[in-house]
Design a binder for this molecule. Structure first.
Ligand SMILES: [Zn+2]
Length: 136
């Protein structure tokens, strides 16, 4: 098996991804798909050997942020950017970037609430319709 190499694929606008592939052409095609571009829509496809160590990906957000990338805060609806200039930049243990600790806390609280609501709904449906099984 050929070794996967890191390529930075960009649409020249807002979208850039690191794509692992065995060739530049494959990286351009697959990376283009990922950011919603046809072959010709890809503005650049550049080798990034510094990210080879993370193959097959993803590259940790922290490594990209240190390299100057910015991410939208992971909390839905926040809209702030998380980058190396973000004063309260917070990374979850999974490596997801947030603009601040409060956003991360709210995001996790919402996930817990959704999980609890799902479990309650499952219980209700299975109580009312004993022959049904709710798959989550
Ligand atoms: Zn935020």
């Amino acid at each position: 098996m050929k070794r996967l190499k890191a390529y930075q694929v960009s649409d020249g606008d807002d979208m850039t991804v690191i794509r692992y592939a065995t060739s530049s052409a494959a990286a351009r095609r697959e990376g283009g798909n990922e950011i919603g571009c046809e072959w010709d829509g890809v503005d650049s496809c550049v080798r990034k050997p510094e990210y080879d160590q993370y193959a097959p990906g993803p590259v940790p957000a922290q490594a990209l942020i240190e390299a100057g990338w910015r991410f939208e805060c992971r909390r839905h609806g926040c809209g702030n950017w998380a980058n190396r200039d973000t004063e309260e930049l917070t990374l979850s243990t999974a490596g997801d970037p947030y603009c601040c600790e409060a956003c991360m806390a709210r995001h996790f609280a919402r996930q817990r609430a959704n999980a609890a609501a799902g479990a309650a709904l499952q219980e209700l449906v299975e109580a009312k319709l004993p022959s049904c099984q709710v798959a989550m």
